[in-house]
Ligand binder design. Structure first.
Ligand SMILES: Cc1cc2nc3c(=O)[nH]c(=O)nc-3n(C[C@H](O)[C@H](O)[C@H](O)COP(=O)(O)OP(=O)(O)OC[C@H]3O[C@@H](n4cnc5c(N)ncnc54)[C@H](O)[C@@H]3O)c2cc1C
Length: 346
């Protein structure tokens, strides 16, 4: 668009068109479609800018973003048409054309998969909710789900998309238990953070069928540092529950300190975390914010004097994680020793 505007302002003269490389019929078809392709390209460009703005503006509700984001694939196909018509025919015999052909083909396949709603389909398995435990003061529900035999297993700390209601679609949750092929049962711990998750608290019951897609993610405690500091703030404790249950079955990893700052307090939930920590040999530091004040980077360093040797694994509010990362980097922790799970898709 910019080069077109520059020509319009008279700053550049329009370059001559290539001589065309196709036969007569091909050339006249291209000529006939040229105007349409230009219009399609221009309007799709504006639409794509709007769709990207919707994706970036977090004030726009997630449901609307998720629905509108699919239209990007349609925009991509429109731009493929634009490109095919307007690319000079001689380009297709040159490296630029070969690269373009590979990208357009791969992008078109991806766009069709997306429009057909088939993204992640090969990673979906069925499951049934077997038991539900409520932690009322936390507005949290823990659900045990038995997965169908196709589940490939997962590493502790990974997450999955769970669909209970097709109209609502999939929501991501950390799998709060390590993989056990004997029982094929996994646990999800869900906090009421919005409309749907509040409904889950009220409506979820045993025998509910669900679809689970995954596993996804690299938040898996895998590194070669001699010590680890885990920080699970609030509902951000879920990957560490899986981590502790895994360590209880596979001891011998590096020493771990787990910090669990939380605003809401439920003795039953804390007791479960404490039992998991004891079984895993993890040193647990619980801080209840209204009682103990905020967890600070200085407080963590005082509690773990050898923190310089450690990697830090953080899950919780994004801003808290960023503040911790900056502080620890400023005190000399290597950049790649700080790992942060995001409970946000945008
Ligand atoms: C990798 C990952 C792991 C997570 N693990 C857990 C967990 O173990 N326990 C837990 O309680 N929560 C977890 N969450 C957060 C959980 O997915 C959201 O709280 C939930 O989807 C909010 O839905 P809602 O409709 O109730 O809230 P809304 O009020 O509709 O949305 C609140 C925010 O949640 C996000 N959100 C809403 N719908 C979706 C969706 N379908 N997919 C992705 N994000 C969405 C949006 O950022 C939105 O701004 C995780 C999120 C991610 C990305």
């Amino acid at each position: 668009m910019v080069t077109k505007w520059i020509v319009g302002w008279g700053w550049l003269s329009r370059p001559g068109r290539g001589g065309g490389g196709g036969d007569g019929a091909q050339e006249s078809l291209r000529h006939a479609l040229r105007g349409l392709a230009e219009t399609v390209g221009e309007w799709t460009f504006y639409a794509v800018v709007v769709l990207i703005a919707i994706a970036l503006l977090r004030r726009i509700p997630y449901g609307f973003f998720r629905w509108s984001h699919r239209l990007l694939a349609l925009g991509y196909l429109a731009l493929v048409f634009h490109t095919l018509v307007l690319t000079e025919p001689e380009y297709w015999g040159q490296p630029i054309g070969w690269v373009l052909a590979v990208l357009l083909t791969a992008g078109t396949v991806a766009a069709v998969i997306s429009l057909a709603g088939r993204i992640g389909r090969s990673r979906q398995v069925g499951g049934t909710v077997r038991s539900v435990t409520h932690f009322e003061p936390l507005r949290v529900v823990a659900a045990t789900v038995e997965l169908d035999p196709d589940w490939p297993g997962h590493r502790p700390g990974q997450f999955a998309f769970v669909t209970r209601d097709r109209n609502e679609g999939a929501h991501p949750y950390t799998i709060a238990s390590p993989w056990d092929p004997q029982t094929r049962q996994v646990e999800f711990v869900v906090k009421a953070l919005g409309d749907y998750t509040a409904r889950v608290q009220r409506e979820l019951c045993a025998d509910t069928p669900v679809t689970v897609e995954g596993p996804y993610g690299c938040f898996d405690f895998n590194d070669d540092r001699p010590r680890q500091i885990w920080i699970g703030a609030g509902i951000g404790i879920t990957p560490f529950i899986a981590g502790m249950k895994y360590l209880a079955r596979h001891p011998g990893g590096p020493p771990v300190d787990l910090f669990h700052p939380t605003t809401d307090h439920d003795p039953a939930a804390i007791q479960r975390v404490a039992e998991d920590a004891r079984a895993a040999g993890v040193r647990l530091h619980v801080s209840i914010t209204p009682r103990d004040g905020r967890l600070t980077p200085g407080g963590i360093r005082r509690a773990v004097p050898d923190w310089r040797e450690a990697s830090i694994w953080f899950c919780g509010p994004t801003a808290f994680g960023q503040a911790l990362r900056q502080d620890f980097m400023a005190h000399g922790l290597p950049t790649d020793a700080f790992h942060q799970e995001l409970f946000q898709m945008r």
